[in-house]
Write a protein that binds this ligand. Structure first.
Ligand code: ZN
Length: 262
């Protein structure tokens, strides 16, 4: 009975993998950023805000591929150099290499190295400082759309959560009233490690929400996830290779509209 269950899981994984590769091409997230007027051809300046070099490759690949292939002008703002182990300068270079693989121009990538915003589970990042820095960068790039983690930050890392809260604070400013903002939906641990199988849950999730509130992006090129993460050589150890293979974030992203709070 156990073997039957294992066989069925393997079959489901393989079927889902081929659906990711061939079944959803061109159909996912087509209404994202379409606006009320239905204009899906307008190219926007989009800012993806992450906490550490490698967040983009571990969590946001389906989103990045979707946006760059649609011709949007994607910028990446990384709030720290990832210096928790003293490898900040190496990890910064690795982020630039990963962005080359992801077809994000180097001039669109900025890494912050601020004394109060250093990488670490025990580092507290002030939300007001984050809001100020993100606001300045968004202004300089004339950003139309912000994308970041949700309030759990996929892994629960405090730096990821802080970035989310910094953007929430920023959006309270009337200056950003017309800026669209989206958060990457964190899933439970079963969904997180079921790889391509999560496309079914993610698609159902987007269908159950009111039109346009949640968008599901499927990555039809999973090898890009490997190639991009492999650029982070200092992090490319066996368990991260396993993570890229098993993580649903390599195959699908659900983006939810980030609601403003008063
Ligand atoms: Zn991170």
């Amino acid at each position: 009975m156990v073997w039957l269950g294992i066989c069925m899981l393997i079959i489901l994984w393989v079927v889902s993998f081929f659906v990711v590769l061939y079944g959803l091409s061109g159909r996912n997230g087509t209404l994202f950023l379409s606006s009320g007027a239905g204009d899906i051809t307008k190219k926007m300046n989009i800012l993806l805000v992450i906490a550490h070099p490698d967040d983009e490759s571990m969590f946001f690949i389906p989103t990045i591929i979707k946006l760059t292939s649609a011709g949007h002008n994607l910028h990446i703002l990384c709030i720290s150099t990832g210096d928790a182990d003293g490898k900040g300068s190496v990890r910064s270079e690795e982020l630039y290499c990963a962005c080359t693989v992801l077809k994000v121009p180097i001039q669109n990538v900025k890494i912050i190295n601020h004394a109060s915003l250093q990488d670490g589970f025990n580092r507290t990042w002030r939300h007001t400082l984050l809001a100020t820095i993100i606001g300045e960068e968004a202004k300089s790039w004339d950003v139309d759309v912000l994308i970041t983690f949700d309030n759990y930050g996929v892994s629960g890392h405090p730096n990821h959560c802080a970035v989310h809260r910094g953007i929430r604070l920023l959006l309270r400013d009337s200056m950003w009233a017309n800026t669209l903002a989206w958060e990457l939906v964190s899933t439970n641990i079963v969904r997180k490690y079921c790889g391509p199988v999560d496309i079914w849950c993610s698609m159902l999730h987007s269908l159950l929400h009111q039109k346009g509130q949640v968008h599901c992006f499927v990555n039809a090129h999973p090898t890009v996830s490997f190639n991009a993460m492999a650029q982070h050589k200092s992090q490319w150890v066996w368990f991260r290779k396993l993570f890229v293979l098993l993580s649903s974030y390599s195959y699908v992203n659900s983006l939810r509209e980030l609601r403003r709070t008063p």
